[in-house]
Design a protein around this ligand. Structure first.
Ligand code: 5GP
Ligand code: ZN
Length: 114
């Protein structure tokens, strides 16, 4: 755990969040500022700053983000249509530097994204 990391604190239960799913390696909670009817963040229990770092350090946790995301979308009634996003780097919109997979569902999505 990184002492200054918001998502480490949510994983530890030290900062409240609406947790909707958890596994041995992941925790999923609703985004504070949702961009779709379903907007959940799936995070690994281990601290890594971004998706590639996590994949290199702990492939099992990286894989479990995707399977957890599918379970979260299905539980919200969207088993077939959902969007998964890893923002990586501040230029791409990353604001919290603990790997997190955005799960968005429940409205139409356009491409390319904004
Ligand atoms: P990023 O911009 O790094 O890809 O995503 C960070 C996300 O974390 C944002 O969508 C933001 O709304 C969400 N967020 C920031 N602080 C909190 C918080 O304290 N609790 C929850 N549940 N979400 C947060
Ligand atoms: Zn962290």
């Amino acid at each position: 755990m990184e002492t200054d990391c918001l998502f480490c604190k949510i994983v530890a239960g030290d900062v409240p969040a609406e947790v909707v799913h958890s596994t041995a390696r992941t925790v999923a909670f609703r985004d504070l500022n949702p961009q779709a009817p379903t907007h959940v963040l799936v995070v690994p229990r281990v601290h890594q700053p971004d998706a590639a770092s996590l994949a290199a350090a702990d492939p099992a946790s990286f894989a479990e983000l995707a399977t957890s995301a599918a379970a979260v979308a299905a539980a919200d009634g969207h088993p077939l249509d959902y969007r998964l996003v890893f923002n990586t780097g501040s230029g791409a919109g990353q604001t919290v530097f603990h790997t997190h997979l955005h799960v968005l569902a429940g409205r139409p999505f356009t491409w390319p994204p904004g």
